[in-house]
Design a protein around this ligand. Sequence first.
Ligand SMILES: C[S@@+](CC[C@H](N)C(=O)[O-])C[C@H]1O[C@@H](n2cnc3c(N)ncnc32)[C@H](O)[C@@H]1O
Length: 242
Amino acid sequence: MDWHTRYTQQATWTRDLRAYLFEKAGLANARRVLEVGCGTGAILRGLVTSGSLYGLDLNPAALAECRVHAPEAALVHGNALSLPYSNKSFDIVYCHFLLLWVRDPLQALLEMKRVTKSGGYILAFAEPDYSNRIDKPEELVQLGKWQVESLKRQGANPSFGGRLAESFFQAGIKINETGTIQGVEKESSPEEWEIEWAVIESDLAGFVPVEDIQRMKRSDQRARARGERVLHVPTFFAWGQA
Ligand SMILES: C[S@@+](CC[C@H](N)C(=O)[O-])C[C@H]1O[C@@H](n2cnc3c(N)ncnc32)[C@H](O)[C@@H]1O
């Protein structure tokens, strides 16, 4: 699986939201901006600011790729649960498809708040809730169940998105806005469909028989051709101030 391609695809789902919220948070004039769980740099590489960019991730291989895509950012190998930065040292701290993967998301948010200046901004752009996923037609409901199972097996919390706002509240972050992302059009082009299926095949390998995966893939393709495919995963955002 080419993870940078996947993360770049996911980044398109939040492009408008990021443009809107980063402008409100004053990205252009921020002095220090941090992405927690920056992965391969799909978000970090596009940021335009007069200040300095920072990124942290648990995965050294992702960080090595991030160095290529966002060479101007100061990157650190570290854990969201214990950020290696001083108190109140950033104007903006954000994450994107991170908290569902973190063992203790509340602790991660407390850390994000700790390193944000008073009045600075904390943004979580995209946290899905797969427990409220909608799959149609009926024969594809099982695919959603397999994906939830796969996320759990990989250590993620597939329904964290539904708890995002409550977690901000518990972390003492004053929420400015929260809600679901509008118009997340998964698999809208043949290329995106191929990327989505590469992820599904990689995720389900090992616990779902290959023939069952391929049967589901054909059902998906046919439903799409008939214009009957519905796939919706409620994906939440929240932003607030330290
Ligand atoms: C789905 S990827 C998203 C990457 C990037 N934010 C993006 O949207 O392109 C999640 C990233 O979070 C990182 N991650 C997971 N748990 C972490 C933790 N406890 N501390 C830091 N990074 C973590 C993973 O290594 C991975 O790179």
